[in-house]
Design a binder for this molecule. Structure first.
Ligand code: AG3
Length: 286
């Protein structure tokens, strides 16, 4: 639920009794697409803000936290990722991070709502700066169907960069979808999914993601918490699952010598994100 009062945009988390606000300079755009309501604001201190169906998706100022953590831990855990598929991620921020890896030969962004990408090109051009890269491929349509139809054993990393698990994204948090990911991945492949707030959702969404990923045949599942100030509680997570691939070890030397700039991710942050808060161990197991 969203409100705009006295120049403040507020996302209200009704069931949690909390809210998050940003001071707005002006509304830049609003439209209803076939799938959702899209809003873009210029904020006082966080750059531009994208809101989908009342939920904060990203701001210019802090999206690097999320996009780097959705991408680099998975790509540095995989031995040699060549083909990467992003499901969702229409703002192209994850795609940009993926294409920073020189070993990636082919990346696909499979986004249901083309309008998200078009608005991102206009209002978040920095996130779209790699869209012309010859390795970048775009498909606008249903990611669930796309994953069902893809050639088996053809992908190294799948990144599920979706909205909350309600509405269009619900089917991306489901055992059938994870089974299709399992089929699509080569041996040693990794799927990583945005998995909401550790504080709010470990017992519910995150526990279900673990259970369903294991049910789909992934033998290794791990949740990595990271800060994300503009999302509910300011604390977010991604959950990685490996197809015959332990997740505790990563290409630490490669991460340390990465040939590109990051602002949050580095080899120490990667190690730190693998550490599990005790309440998560108690709920999810070791
Ligand atoms: N995807 C995660 C959005 C979840 C935010 N939830 C909320 N505000 N209630 C963001 C897409 C960035 N590429």
């Amino acid at each position: 639920m969203a409100e705009l009062n006295d120049g403040w945009f507020t996302e209200v988390f009704q069931d949690q009794g909390t809210a998050f606000s940003l001071k707005i300079k002006r509304k830049l755009h609003e439209e209803k697409s076939e799938f959702q309501t899209l809003e873009i604001y210029e904020t006082e201190t966080f750059g531009n803000l994208m809101v989908l169906d009342g939920c904060v998706m990203l701001t210019s100022r802090d999206n690097f936290l999320y996009h780097e953590m959705m991408t680099h831990p998975a790509l540095f855990t995989h031995r040699d990722p060549k083909k990467v598929v992003i499901v969702g991620g229409g703002d192209c921020g994850t795609l940009r991070e993926v294409l920073r890896h020189p070993g990636v030969e082919e990346a696909w962004q499979v986004e249901i709502d083309e309008r998200v990408t078009r608005l991102s090109e206009k209002y978040f051009p920095e996130l779209c700066e790699s869209n012309e890269d010859p390795r970048a491929n775009f498909f606008f349509g249903d990611g669930i169907q796309w994953m069902r139809d893809i050639e088996p054993n053809s992908v190294d990393v799948i990144i599920v960069d979706s909205t909350d698990p309600v509405g269009p994204a619900e089917g991306l948090f489901a055992v059938d979808f994870y089974r299709d990911c399992m089929m699509a991945l080569r041996k040693g492949g990794i799927v990583v999914q945005q998995s909401e707030s550790p504080l709010l959702h470990t017992e519910t969404i995150i526990a279900d993601v673990h259970k369903d990923m294991k049910k789909a045949g992934f033998d290794h599942v791990h949740t990595l918490p990271f800060p994300q100030p503009v999302y509910p509680t300011g604390w977010w997570s991604c959950t990685m699952a490996g197809k015959e691939k332990p997740l505790k070890y990563f290409r630490e030397a490669d991460a340390a010598e990465r040939p590109f700039v990051t602002r949050y991710y580095n080899e120490s942050i990667h190690k730190a994100a693998l550490a599990q808060p005790q309440f998560m161990v108690d709920i999810l197991g070791k």
